[in-house]
Ligand binder design. Sequence first.
Ligand SMILES: Cc1cc2nc3c(=O)[nH]c(=O)nc-3n(C[C@H](O)[C@H](O)[C@H](O)COP(=O)(O)OP(=O)(O)OC[C@H]3O[C@@H](n4cnc5c(N)ncnc54)[C@H](O)[C@@H]3O)c2cc1C
Length: 98
Amino acid sequence: MLKAFWQVVGLPPKSAQFSAAHRWRFALPPDPLAESCLFESEMKVGACGDWCAGPRVEGAFLSGMSAASRVLGLLKPSELPKVVKGKFGTPFDPEQPE
Ligand SMILES: Cc1cc2nc3c(=O)[nH]c(=O)nc-3n(C[C@H](O)[C@H](O)[C@H](O)COP(=O)(O)OP(=O)(O)OC[C@H]3O[C@@H](n4cnc5c(N)ncnc54)[C@H](O)[C@@H]3O)c2cc1C
C-alpha cells in the first residue's frame, strides 16, 4: 500500500517510521436495511446512509445517490439544476446501469 501511495503522490518513496493496523470493531452498522434509502414522496423527506445500502463508505455513497435520485425524480425538467441536466440529462438512478 505504501508503494502505491508514493506512486499516486508522485514523490520519492520513504520508509515509514511507524505503522500499525487497527481493526475497528464497532465502526460498521451491524444490520443495514435492504432498502437503498428511505423516502416519503408526499412529505418530500428522505434519509440515507451506510445503515441503508451497505455498512461501508460505498454503501453510504450508493444510498446518497439513491436519495438524490428520488429528489431529482420529483422535480420537473425545468426545475433540475443545470449541472444535473448537463451531466446526466435525466435524473440518475444508481440502481439502473447506464
Ligand atoms: C473508525 C471508523 C473506521 C472506518 N473505516 C472504514 C473503512 O476503512 N472503509 C469503509 O468503507 N468504511 C469505514 N468506516 C465506515 C464509514 O466511515 C461509514 O460507513 C460512512 O462514513 C457512513 O457514511 P454516512 O454518510 O452514512 O454517515 P456519516 O459519515 O456518519 O455522516 C453522518 C453525518 O451526519 C452528521 N449529523 C449527525 N447528526 C446530525 C444532526 N442532528 N444534524 C446535522 N448533522 C448531523 C454527522 O456529523 C456526520 O457528518 C469506518 C467507520 C469508523 C467509525
